[in-house]
Structure formats: C-alpha cells, structure tokens
Design a protein around this ligand. Sequence first.
Ligand SMILES: [Zn+2]
Length: 186
Amino acid sequence: MSSGRTHDRITLWALPLVVLVAFQVTLSGWLTAVVCLGFMLGGWVLGPDLDIHSVQYKRWGWLRWIWLPYRGRIRHRSRWSHGPLIGTAVRVLYLSLWLSLGGIIAVDLLNSAQRTALSWGDLAGGLRWVLVTYWPWWLALVVGLELGALSHYVADWLSSAAKKKRRKTRPKPKLKRRASRSVKRR
Ligand SMILES: [Zn+2]
C-alpha cells in the first residue's frame, strides 16, 4: 500500500496527462477544468482510503465524522472502496445521502425561520432540474473522480506487487534468526 503522500504526488504528476486527454475528448476548456477538479478531489479528498484513518479522511476536517459509518462498514481495500467504478459509485452515493440530509435540514430551518416556503417536492424538482440541465458537467465531474480513484488503485496494486516480489526474492529472515539463535545456544 502506498502512503498518503505518495498518492498525493501521483495525483499531481498525472494531472497534466488528465488535462491533455480531457481536452482531447471534450474540446472544452470548462469541461476539462471540471474533469481536473474531479480528478484532484478523487485523489485528495474523496479517495479510496476514506475506509481508514487516512490523509484523505483527515482532510474533511470537522466534517470527517460523516465518514465514520462508511469506515465502519467497509473493509480496507475491499472492492467496495478500492474496486474500479464500484468504489467511486459507493462514495458518491454515500456522500449524496449526507448532502440530501443536509439539504433537507437547511430547507427545514429556513422554512421554520419563515424565510422560505419550500416543500420536499420543490427540493427534489430543483435537484432534478440541475442534474438534467447540467448533465455534461456532472458527468465530467464523476469521470474525474473515477480517474483520481483509478490512479490510487493502480499505485496500490503496483506497490503490493513490488512488495510481493521483494518478499519472494529476499531470503527468509525468520529461519535465519532461529538458526543463529540455536547456534548461540550451542
Ligand atoms: Zn488505498
């Protein structure tokens, strides 16, 4: 497993490549910017290591507690947090639940302060309108998030493979230690 800092650096190094590819595909500066925003969020804030007490988790500051149920339910590096597509889907859905709850509480507070007279239906309608009208932006954001997470998965896989290889090529230290101990005893 790579450290948080290594993941941060990989996200930063891969950013120019993401800019190039995103611009080639979208041919839009704004959409490219949104893909890059998603990529950085996916690598630094909404990353796969939210399933442990990680740098990404700490970056949520005083809001970090919202990830405690997620951490409690999901095993570190399981496919629910570190699986391509599924990891991002679970995190986005999970965060959407909290955002919806936050939206409902905010509207309720505004209504009770008699500043607005919104219903849940108004809220759902408004949300649907924003999602449908600006769908290319949302898609760009989600693609960016997935790319950010992908850079993390690849780094994790590579570091695990390198560790396995090192373990295979290294002579077994335990046996050596035992052997030297038995020599001393003699
Ligand atoms: Zn990881």
